[in-house]
Structures are given as C-alpha cells and as structure tokens.
Design a binder for this molecule. Structure first.
Ligand SMILES: NC(=O)c1ccc[n+]([C@@H]2O[C@H](COP(=O)([O-])OP(=O)(O)OC[C@H]3O[C@@H](n4cnc5c(N)ncnc54)[C@H](OP(=O)(O)O)[C@@H]3O)[C@@H](O)[C@H]2O)c1
Length: 324
C-alpha cells in the first residue's frame, strides 16, 4: 500500500480508501450478508487500506463497527456522515448532536476521525457553515470528532460550488469530491483551492456504474454522440474505451479509471466501493500501478475533458446518467 498525508489533518492514510456506500454497500446492497461485508473490510485492512468511509444513510455503520473490532482503532481512519437531512437548509442544529451520538453508537467507537455533512447543495451551504459547523466544532472539542468534513452532492452541483467555497472557509479539513474521466472539472474548480488551503481530498465517482457496466458505457457514449458531445466513432464501438487497453497500458476499463484519478495532483484518497473480493484485490492493484501512459492520458483529456457530470448516478436516481 502507498500512504499519503490527508491535508492539514496530518493523518497518514492509504491512497486507496474503502467506500461502504454506493450501490454495493460492502455487498449488502447487492445481495450479500454481514459476514461477507465484514470479510471485505478485513481483506481491505489486510491489504493496507486504513481509511473507511461510511455514512448514517448507507446503513453500514453497524457492520463496519463490528468489522473494526479486530483492528487497532488507532491504526485506522473512520469517516462517516450525518444523515442527509442535515444537508437541508432548514435542518435544526439541535438534533445534529443526537445523530452524531447515534453514529458513535452504531460504529461502537469513542470517536470519529472525519465527521462529514453529507451531500450539501450550494443553496444550503451558508446554513451548514453558520448553523451546523459551530455545533460540530463544540463536539470536536469534547473529543467525539477529530476533523470535520463536507461532501458535495455531485449530480446536483456540477460545478462544485459547495466545495469551492468550503475549501476556503477554514472549518472543513476534508472534502469529498466527484472526479472521473468523464467529469474532470474538479481539476480547475476544487483541487487548486484544496491544495492552497491544505484541505484533504477523498475522491468518489471514479468508476460507479458507467465504467463498471460495459453496456452502460456504450449506451452513454451513444447518447453523448447524438448530442454532439463525443465523436460518432466512439458511439459505434461496443468497446469505446478499448484504445486504453494494450501492452504497457491499462488492463481493463476499470483499471484505467482508477489509475486515471489516482495520479491527479490534489487527489489524496481514492474511494472504491465493492462487495466483491476479486474487485477489491484488482482495484487496490490498479490504484498502486504507475500512471497511464502519457499518450492515453492526453487522449482522455482530448475526448472527454469538456464533459461535465457524466456517470454521476446515485442509487436513488432512476436516470442512469443523472446529469442534473
Ligand atoms: N455524496 C457523497 O457523500 C458520496 C456519494 C457517492 C459516493 N460516496 C462514497 O464514495 C464511495 C465510492 O463510491 P463511488 O461513487 O466511487 O462508486 P462505487 O460505489 O465505488 O462504484 C463502483 C461500482 O463498480 C463496481 N465495481 C467495483 N470494482 C469493480 C471492478 N474491478 N470491476 C467491475 N466492477 C467493479 C461495484 O460493484 P461490485 O460490488 O460488483 O464490485 C460498484 O457498483 C462510496 O462507497 C461512498 O463511501 C459518497
């Protein structure tokens, strides 16, 4: 495993972080059971992963809590999130502490390393900063939280307005940002400010469904070609990213996706979610491989650098491209 420093938190974290949400939820979202979910956490830890990201909304806090019982608490970094309701502009700060205490109980841990507000839209950011952050800072002083974080609602904040502001406000030590081959604008909108203010970054949406399901990728590119956003040649292919797979290049589309984001300046931890032990192994391998060949990286920029918000599907959204 490779390790890096998570911004100004100073914590040493693995460059690969296990996401306990998304469609898989450690396999609980795809038909797996608790035993399998615990095994995924243990496989990850055995491979050197020391950062685990969950949320009240995922329903995986209890299983993560059970899994970490056999790990040394000081050796791992637990990130969790307040329920989605706290990203509302009307959320009453009083109940936030009860939510935090509930997460501590679910995880069965005395402290949370990074406590995040979950999916805060730009319209509610002022409320989060002015009303909710002071409450959380008081809980931090009591030792329940080590660092504060905030995550964007990627499909509804395509220009990263929330994080662009949050990275400069001095309160949030960690941000979670969407970035992938087909949603690259964090490079201009987020990473320059997080780097300037030493805010740690956790990356989401590197793969999701568009890159993990070949049929979905081909269909998405056909739609984009109809809109004139990508060339017709890409739309005509059953394997439109096949050009990335060659001797000395990527071994698969998913391999290319993880290597693409991993080596972006400003990215600290790439989160990956899976319920499949084989995927866990290959994803970690991908994240530890060298960058993609320069020519392939350039080609991704040329073909997709202008795209915004492609592939940001969330489990509760029916529109697979979820671009609004
Ligand atoms: N706003 C937020 O706060 C927010 C939003 C989104 C995500 N997140 C966090 O980020 C984490 C990662 O989410 P993500 O958006 O990057 O998506 P993700 O959940 O990592 O999506 C990956 C998808 O691809 C599949 N997959 C993984 N490895 C694969 C492989 N090697 N080959 C083929 N399929 C593979 C997984 O299913 P299998 O089980 O089959 O592997 C899963 O369905 C989440 O778990 C969560 O912790 C936070």
């Amino acid at each position: 495993m490779d390790y890096t420093t998570l911004g100004r938190t100073g914590m040493r974290v693995s460059v690969a972080g296990l996401g306990c949400g998304g469609f898989s939820r450690l396999g609980l979202g795809t038909g797996g059971d608790e035993k399998g979910a615990i095994a995924i956490v243990h496989h990850a830890a055995a491979s050197g992963v020391n950062l685990f990201d969950t949320a009240a909304a995922y329903g995986t806090e209890p299983v993560l809590g059970k899994a970490i019982k056999t790990l040394r608490r000081d050796d791992i970094v637990i990130c969790t999130k307040a329920p989605f309701s706290w990203s509302s502009g009307r959320a009453d700060p009083a109940g936030l502490v009860a939510s935090l205490d509930n997460s501590l109980r679910q995880l069965d841990t005395p402290y949370i390393d990074v406590y995040q507000l979950h999916g805060v839209p730009p319209s509610n950011y002022a409320h989060a900063l002015e009303q909710l952050a002071p409450v959380l800072l008081r809980e931090k002083e009591k030792g329940k939280i080590r660092f504060l974080g905030i995550t964007e609602t990627a499909p509804h904040d395509l220009q990263h307005e929330t994080l662009h502001r949050a990275a400069q406000d001095g309160v949030w030590d960690v941000v979670m940002v969407g970035f992938s081959m087909m949603h690259q604008n964090a490079r201009e909108r987020v990473f320059p400010v997080t780097r300037a203010h030493k805010v740690g970054t956790l990356l989401m949406f590197a793969v999701r469904n568009v890159f993990s399901q070949p049929g979905r990728l081909a269909a998405t590119l056909r739609e984009l070609a109809v809109e004139g956003q990508v060339s017709a040649a890409l739309a005509d292919s059953d394997n439109p990213l096949g050009f990335l797979i060659h001797e000395g290049g990527a071994t698969s589309v998913v391999d290319a996706c993880y290597r693409y984001v991993r080596n972006e300046p400003g990215v600290d931890v790439v989160l990956f979610g899976t319920g499949n032990p084989a995927h866990l192994k290959t994803n970690i391998e991908s994240l530890l491989k060298p960058p993609l060949p320069v020519a392939d990286h350039r080609k991704i920029g040329k073909l997709f650098g202008h795209l915004v918000g492609v592939g940001l599907d969330a489990p509760h959204l029916s529109n697979p491209r979820a671009r609004t």
